[in-house]
Design a protein around this ligand. Structure first.
Ligand code: PHE
Length: 457
């Protein structure tokens, strides 16, 4: 049905999906929330969620996508023609993609700026206070962040215009291995610094007293975000997966890679932070304000500024991670709009890119010139971030599992998972049990708690 426009190989499919999954969520967000909620204890809970629920959601989205060969809105309809209302679940995913992409672009633009400024030495030699000031001035200014959003988005759009095979698949097959190599270089450097052991302790020692119920919910939310599920992205990528690929095996690969890369990002960051006697709880600013201090401390008084080289390597890594994730978000939107008119792919890429660019610009300006001027005392950026992390992904995920678990035809699911009976699926019963009962209850809990804490604050 969709084979001609899909990925050409299993490796290509896995590389593209890993590209979507591995993003700012792994390298920017995971390390700091892991540290915040008790390191090893958080990691254990996270592992349970990522394999027990997140991966099941990924399989769910792959089944819907590959079975129908369609994008979310139409896929729900095609899978259950009698229940037309489900297409609104698909539509909600599209709204979520648009919003997340806009936010994602703002932070991706920052990372692109940091590549540029570390490479030209603008950050070299600055101390902690100066770096903090640098970040604040930069992120609140009107022009520079927007310029970098534009540059980054242009790269994303060009890949999408290249198409699924010649754009997305090809770029992912090159960039993912590069990302792993860069990350390993940083890990080796960080882990061998004197005093690094404390960082490992922080990341891996299991201290359940720091793991609050908030931490448990954060682990579930993070597992969804990190695997790119709940927004229909994996439905679209699922529709590109070769028909004879084993969906379980593909999903296990993606989940393992995504989780390993998140943990490695922690290894690249915390030992180096501790080795420099810096505070690990820098929160969202950890990467932009604290890490540059670490890199500067690696620069010798004379000779090659190795610290600056490591800084460039790190921010390039972050740009690559963000790029392939942003590609999957824009692809979801473009695939949806151009579903019936594939020859208009370029046109829709341009239109949608302009749309997200406008929203990303407003979000970026809301950190500076527009601060507090849009929704009363709220900063629009924080508001969008809140909606985006607390409501949309869990709602989307909940609808997806309820649809497959309770609405869709079981024979269709079995057929898709077993490649029409050609592979055994002894785990089918567990899968159905999880998506019918376990996942909906867990997702409802995240949602309700998120809403309550949102009201309280
Ligand atoms: N998984 C990506 C990350 O970890 C974010 C993402 C979410 C990408 C949803 C696509 C869809 O950063």
């Amino acid at each position: 049905m969709s084979d001609h426009k899909g990925f050409t190989s299993s490796f290509g499919a896995i590389a593209a999906a890993v590209g979507s999954a591995v993003g700012l969520g792994n390298i920017w967000r995971f390390p700091y929330i892991c540290g915040q909620y008790g390191g090893g204890a958080f990691l254990l809970v996270y592992l349970c969620f990522v394999f027990g629920i997140g991966m099941m959601l990924m399989i769910t989205e792959f089944v819907i996508g590959r079975h129908t060969g369609k994008t979310p809105v139409k896929a729900y309809e095609a899978m259950s023609p009698k229940h037309r209302g489900w297409r609104y679940a698909g539509l909600l995913g599209m709204v979520a993609c648009f919003l997340i992409l806009s936010l994602y672009l703002v932070i991706s633009g920052w990372t692109a700026n940091y590549v540029f400024d570390s490479a030209r030495g603008a950050l070299t030699g600055l101390d902690g206070d100066a770096l903090e000031r640098y970040f604040n001035v930069f992120s609140r200014s009107a022009v520079r962040p927007v310029l970098f959003i534009a540059v980054f988005l242009l790269l994303v759009a060009l890949v999408i215009m290249g198409g699924v095979q010649k754009g997305i698949e090809r770029v992912s097959k090159i960039l993912m291995p590069v990302l792993v190599v860069l990350l390993l270089i940083l890990c080796v450097r960080s882990a061998t610094l004197p005093g690094a052991a404390k960082g490992f302790e922080y990341l891996f020692s299991v201290d359940f007293s720091k793991l609050t119920s908030e931490g448990v919910l954060a682990a579930l939310g993070q597992s969804l975000f990190s695997l790119s599920v709940g927004m229909g992205t994996m439905i679209v990528y699922g529709s590109y997966i070769p028909k004879d690929d084993n969906l379980l095996r593909t999903s296990v690969w993606i989940t393992v890679c995504d989780t390993l890369i998140a943990v490695l990002a922690g290894v690249a960051i915390f030992p180096a932070v501790f080795a420099n006697g810096l505070s690990p709880d820098g929160g969202p600013g950890l990467v932009f304000k604290v890490l540059p201090v670490v890199f500067n401390s690696m620069n010798p008084a004379e000779g090659v500024p190795v610290g600056t080289v490591f800084a460039v390597v790190f921010f390039v890594l972050l740009v690559i991670a963000a790029l392939t994730s942003a590609i999957s978000l824009l692809e979801t939107l473009v695939a949806w709009r151009s579903e019936e008119k594939p020859h208009h792919r370029v046109r829709y890429t341009v239109i949608l890119s302009l749309g997200v660019f406008v929203l990303a610009t407003v979000l970026s300006l809301s950190n500076g010139v527009l601060d507090g001027k849009i929704v009363g005392k709220f900063n629009l950026f924080d508001l969008a971030d809140h909606i985006n992390s607390v409501y949309l992904p869990p709602i989307g995920a909940l609808l997806t599992v309820v649809f497959l678990g309770w609405v869709a035809n079981k024979n269709d699911i079995k057929d898709e998972l077993s490649n029409h009976g050609s592979i055994a699926i002894p785990w089918y019963g567990i899968f159905i049990f999880i998506i019918r009962y376990v996942a909906p209850v867990a997702l409802l809990m995240v949602l309700v708690t998120g809403i309550i804490s949102g009201i309280e604050n």
